[in-house]
Design a protein around this ligand. Structure first.
Ligand code: NOJ
Length: 754
């Protein structure tokens, strides 16, 4: 079977990088930070207070708004007056040039920054971030961000509002699709990979955009999973679970941060001094700048935190928010506030300085139009290379949930296939939420499952189709036709799930079961007795217990992007052996939410499921999720053996070397994500029953074995003690290595000693 391997992912990355470097080599912009500092100082000295406020002001163009537009005036006129520092929601070199030309007519000719939500691809769409997280493949994730950045930068964009690094343990929250799931360790690795992918060899290169780690902080913990809702969280959970991916993004060099719509423990994140000045710019030493979320400065009035825009501007600036996204609080109020002594001029200079520094680093002062090369845009955007990269990442993002009797992979010799379900021919839905709108092409370009199958199979395979029902409709009028089509075929492939607008910003849902009558359609098709494979597409973990219990083969494909259909066909027919693992637990019922693998043991743990009396348990549900974090099958099988620890004890200055043998015991080449979990048995602060501390994705030929090594140092054994100091405590640790958080194959213990 011709599997496409990791090697090809790296090759694609290399080709892409070479392509950009060779074709568009340009002198790189001013790099020396001391020279930039001097230039910034000189420029600040020339600026009026109004011009400084202008640099802190960001408007959205009138296109593709993702929030309420505050601006009623003429943006271009305001730019010429030096009242705007950045524009978002305009893309393409032609349009961007128009705005930049206006900036060049302002007194000081300070170039604009152009930002956009390049979340999972620019023109060519990649899998949604939660899907990519399922690959547990940092090279693939980097490739996705790299490709998106290369396209976006070629189209004039300097800055993406990604990665979203919010941990979320609540699949009701629609934005769970935009993150990396529930775990701080996995989330941190992915945050770093995405930042590195976007920023490439550094901002200022023509194929790089500034990354923006968002939303600082704790947005993913919105009460009841309702978007924009308040967050109430302990310091411990904040530091242990929600902050680590932000720190990882910062360490990877993220140029910017975005604050957040939510309040955290009573203080809106946008006006939160503790988060922005103390942690981010203080303790962590962040040198880039912070942008508000869309209108979030002004929204502090609704929060009940400030009375009016004047107070909102004061609170946000004092708290460390440098730029006002589409809110007008800064531009309307900061000059007056400084003059009246309410806001210190030093804070304004610091904020402006941070923004100007990035403009210098991007080379925009050398040439404000250096990202506006139409020829380059045409060559790079929507290129075959981008599409190939997208397909490559897409098939790595698919998770095989079930494969009874090895129905999969299907044979390419099959005579007839019934392709059934409301998403079988869907195209726009394949892109998912946060795909940039490209007009009519959204309806034509993404490869549907049906097309992917047609592309894959020869003329000897007949493909029959029936929609069966709508995604979120109650009519069963199409069931009979679907059943008849199924009866007539050798194999049935069903495509069900969510449409593109059912998960995303402001797309929270209280009922996350398969929408409409789709599960009834599955029941009707399953009753035909035909071999059945169900593909579930969507932006969040859905609940589909009947399907999970009765259908023999299930692939969770999420929303895979432009090349979705081809990627799914690659997996269905074994041209790629699925290797994805869930980055988030799948609940059995909404009532279990939040359900996650790293829970606390409690004083009354459930040890025996048959004895729930006075135990931490539900009367009506198991405690476990339907599908656990880290779970995902392959067409092959793997055995874990020969676990060895370099020592039974270590001190905090030593490193424990853990080795074991991984063997491919099946008949296909495949990749396994081996996962290392630890439990600190007794500590001055209780620790979770399991914490992911490392993982590796390993490719093996049939019968091949490899010795795998993990290294455990003090950092992996540390936690925040009662005084919130990051420290280790001597004691016993359980070591668990496995194929999923609920499929531990090797166990041992070791002691941390003084
Ligand atoms: C609001 C979203 O919360 C944020 O993530 C996004 O980047 C901005 N809108 C800009 O569209």
């Amino acid at each position: 079977m011709p599997f496409i391997n990791r090697h090809k992912t790296s090759c694609a990355l290399l080709i892409l990088t070479l392509f950009c470097t060779i074709t568009f080599a340009q002198p790189s912009p001013l790099k020396s930070s001391s020279k930039i500092k001097t230039k910034v100082r000189q420029l600040l000295a020339k600026m009026t207070l109004e011009e400084k406020a202008g640099q802190l002001n960001q408007y959205a163009s009138y296109k593709n708004a993702t929030g309420p537009i505050s601006n009623t005036g003429n943006i271009v006129d305001e730019i010429k007056q030096g009242r705007v520092g950045s524009i978002i929601k305009v893309n393409g070199t032609v349009d961007i040039r128009i705005y930049q030309q206006a900036a060049m007519q302002s007194r000081l000719k300070i170039p604009l920054l152009f930002g956009e939500d390049v979340i999972h691809g620019y023109r060519v769409t990649f899998p949604i971030p939660l899907a990519e997280a399922s690959s547990w493949d940092m090279e693939a994730i980097k490739l996705s961000a790299r490709t998106a950045a290369t396209e976006a930068a070629a189209a004039g964009i300097n800055w993406t509002f990604a990665p979203m690094v919010d941990i979320s343990r609540d699949p009701r929250w629609g934005r769970v699709m935009e993150g990396a799931g529930e775990d701080p360790y996995l989330g941190s690795q992915i945050a770093a990979a995405r930042v590195k992918g976007f920023q490439g060899n550094g901002i200022g290169n023509l194929d790089a955009v500034m990354a923006c780690a968002k939303h600082f902080a704790a947005y993913g913990a919105a009460i009841a999973g309702r978007d924009y809702n308040a967050v109430d969280m302990s310091e411990r959970t904040l530091w242990e679970v929600y902050l680590p991916p932000f720190k990882a993004a910062l360490d990877a060099g993220a140029a910017t941060f975005m604050n957040s719509f939510n309040e955290l423990n009573g203080i809106p994140a946008t006006g939160n001094r503790y988060l922005q000045r103390e942690i981010l710019k203080g303790k962590w030493g962040f040198k880039g700048f912070v942008v508000s979320d869309w209108g979030s400065i002004t929204e502090m009035i609704n929060h009940g935190f400030v009375t009016d825009k004047k107070e909102a501007a004061t609170a946000a600036m004092t708290a460390g928010c440098d730029m006002d996204m589409e809110g007008r609080s800064y531009i309307e109020n900061l000059p007056r506030l400084v003059k009246s002594g309410k806001v210190s001029a030093r804070l304004i200079d610091d904020a402006v300085g941070r923004i100007l520094t990035k403009k210098f680093e991007l080379g925009l002062f050398d040439d404000p139009f250096r990202f506006c090369d139409e020829k380059r845009e045409k060559l790079i955007v929507n290129s075959p290379q981008s599409k190939q990269n997208s397909r490559n990442v897409a098939r790595r993002s698919i998770v095989l949930l079930k494969n009874e009797k090895e129905i999969l992979p299907l044979s390419k010799d099959v005579k007839s296939i019934a392709v059934i379900g409301p998403l079988a021919k869907a195209k726009k839905d394949m892109n998912g939420f946060w795909a940039l709108p490209w007009g009519k092409t959204d309806e034509t370009e993404p490869v549907s499952l049906f097309e992917g199958l047609r592309n894959k199979l020869g003329a000897h395979t007949e493909l029959k189709y029936a929609k069966g029902c709508g995604v979120n409709e109650l009519s069963k009028a199409g069931f009979d036709e679907a059943v008849n089509v199924a009866k007539d075929a050798d194999v049935v492939i069903m495509a069900i799930g969510e449409s593109y607008d059912m998960s995303g910003e402001a797309k929270s849902r209280s009922n996350i079961h398969l929408p409409g009558v789709q599960e009834d359609l599955v029941k009707a098709i399953q009753a035909t007795g035909k071999p059945l494979v169900v593909l579930i597409m969507g932006g969040r973990p859905l609940i589909f217990n009947w399907t999970a219990d009765h259908v023999p083969a299930i692939l969770y494909t999420w929303w895979l992007g432009t090349e979705a259909g081809d990627a799914m066909a690659d997996v269905l027919f074994g041209d790629y052996n699925p290797s994805g693992k869930l980055p988030i637990s799948f609940p059995r019922a909404e009532g279990q939410i939040p359900v996650f693998y790293s829970y606390k043991n409690t004083g009354r743990p459930l040890v025996n499921v048959n004895d729930i009396n006075y135990k931490s348990a539900y009367l009506d549900l198991p405690n476990t999720p339907k599908f656990a974090f880290g779970y995902g099958l392959s067409y092959t099988s793997f055995s874990y053996s020969a676990l060895k620890l370099s020592s039974a004890t270590i001190t905090k200055h030593q490193t424990l070397h853990v080795t074991f043998t991984l063997t491919n015991t099946g008949k296909y080449t495949g990749e396994e994500v081996v996962q290392l979990y630890l439990r600190d048995r007794v500590a001055s602060v209780t620790r979770p029953v399991k914490e992911l501390k490392d993982f590796k994705k390993i490719k093996l030929l049939p019968s091949e074995s490899k010795i795998i090594t993990f290294e455990i140092d003090a950092n992996k054994l540390s936690f925040y003690n009662q005084q919130m100091h990051w420290t280790t405590e001597p004691g016993r640790f359980d070591l668990m290595i496995g194929s999923a958080s609920d499929d531990i194959r090797l166990k041992s213990v070791f002691d941390l000693v003084r």
